[in-house]
Design a protein around this ligand. Structure first.
Ligand code: AMP
Ligand code: MG
Length: 400
């Protein structure tokens, strides 16, 4: 076995994870249980929404042309023909020269095409004086103006937000098709690791990655299943990995993903399946493994939490999208760079940034330091084709 990783471009690694990330099956959930789940099929309106033309103000339904030229001094004088009652479809019709009182949300009477607000109207005996001219369609919503029957209201791949759920309820979609969340096994490897509850001895460190990976998986619509810490021992790793693969749809390992003799992840994955990629042209995060064991995806992340996080964001994110069907992109913002960002051509660099006075400040730190993870607000990508970014250059910050 060679001492060096054979590094592939990020694009190739993304294709590999899309390929091994089988789409999860679908289930139907009540809207109350569907928040944050990924919609697995388009949902369309099965009737026009709203189902009837209605007023958006308290006022008088009129024929707009009757109000042409109306003003404070010379109002349009219309005969009041009656009232619309909420929830009742029958009402007097509006004829030229006539009007009908309609409350907010009330059905627009036959013949009307605009509504004069009560604030600009005045009832005098059997007449209504309208002091403003109205355009056709003013202060009303026409049937089907919100959604046409058959129109897609929420697209497959949407992570369902409170806004989506409210609209789905309004169109009468009581149950929604969503993808079953994948169960993702999480294992931290390393003889030096101790659980968060223990005080590390000299040369030991606390296991941060179990928490980092678990929360990330949850954020991306999966169910994390932590399997704890595994020593750098092939038999122990194999046993844990076997159990995780039995119980889960995919497994994330961290640590031991490089080529050191202790770095046993690739060898263990190869024993149980195949290593597809070992080494990605990304920084941080080069010693990453993409493999398949017992027919399921296994990703080996570098041990440094800051590196592991970049691999979660770029590679594991793509795997999760393939499995859940999520299509929503990351939230980004444009900003100008406050300082130069050096990089190597042929490698995709991810640099954490903070913001000050509207500028993106790159946060550099030695490999393995944690502080940039909490001090940063997001990350910028230096494409493989660039040798660096200039100060003042506009960049797209992918927000955490
Ligand atoms: P490795 O990828 O195993 O060579 O580890 C690289 C560095 O990351 C070492 O300093 C490890 O101690 C550290 N490391 C590995 N796993 C974890 C973890 N789960 N939590 C925190 N640090 C880790
Ligand atoms: Mg290690």
């Amino acid at each position: 076995m060679s001492l060096f990783l054979s590094v592939v471009p990020v694009e190739k690694a993304l294709i590999a994870v899309r390929d091994i990330g089988a789409a999860m099956p679908e289930e139907r959930l009540s809207l109350m249980d569907a928040h944050d789940r990924i919609l697995s099929a388009d949902v369309s309106a099965n009737t026009d929404i709203p189902g009837f033309s209605r007023s958006v103000v308290d006022g008088y339904a009129v024929v707009a042309a009757d109000t042409t030229g109306a003003s404070e001094a010379i109002p349009a004088i219309l005969r009041l023909r009656g009232k619309v009652a909420m929830g009742i479809p029958e009402s007097p019709a509006v004829d030229p020269g006539g009007c009908v009182y309609v409350p907010t949300g009330g059905i627009l009477p036959e013949g009307a095409n605009a509504v004069a607000m009560v604030e600009y109207s005045e009832e005098v005996g059997d007449d209504v004086l309208v002091h403003r001219p109205l355009a056709p369609g003013e202060n009303m919503v026409a049937r089907g103006e919100d959604f046409r029957s058959g129109e897609v209201v929420v697209h497959a791949g949407t992570r369902l937000s409170p806004r989506d759920l409210g609209v789905l309820a309004a169109i009468g979609c009581a149950k929604v098709p969503v993808s079953v969340p994948p169960r993702i096994g999480i294992l931290s490897t390393g003889n030096e690791l101790v659980p968060v509850s223990e005080v590390p001895g000299p040369a030991q460190v606390r296991d941060a990655n179990s928490y980092l990976c678990s929360a990330f998986v949850r954020e991306r619509g999966g169910i994390p299943v932590p399997f704890g810490i595994v020593p750098d021992d092939r038999e122990a790793l194999k046993e844990h990995l076997e159990r995780a693969l039995n119980e889960c749809d995919a497994v994330l390992l961290s640590g031991g993903s490089s080529k050191d003799e202790r770095d046993i992840c690739a060898a263990t994955i190869a024993d149980m399946g195949e290593v597809l990629i070992h080494g990605i042209a990304i920084a941080p995060g080069k010693p990453t493994i993409i493999g398949r064991a017992r027919g399921k995806p296994v990703i080996g992340l570098p041990g440094h939490p800051a590196s592991a996080f970049v691999v979660l964001m770029v590679i594991v994110n793509e795997l999760m999208r393939a499995m859940t069907g999520e299509r929503t992109g990351p939230r980004t913002v444009a900003a100008r760079l406050a300082a130069p960002v050096p990089s190597a051509r042929g490698r995709e660099d991810y640099v954490r940034v903070a913001f000050a006075e509207g500028m993106a400040i790159p946060l550099f730190g030695k490999s393995g330091l944690l502080n940039t993870l909490v001090k940063s607000k997001g990350v910028i990508k230096v494409p493989a084709s660039r040798e660096g970014l200039e100060p003042g250059e506009e960049v797209e910050v992918i927000l955490w």
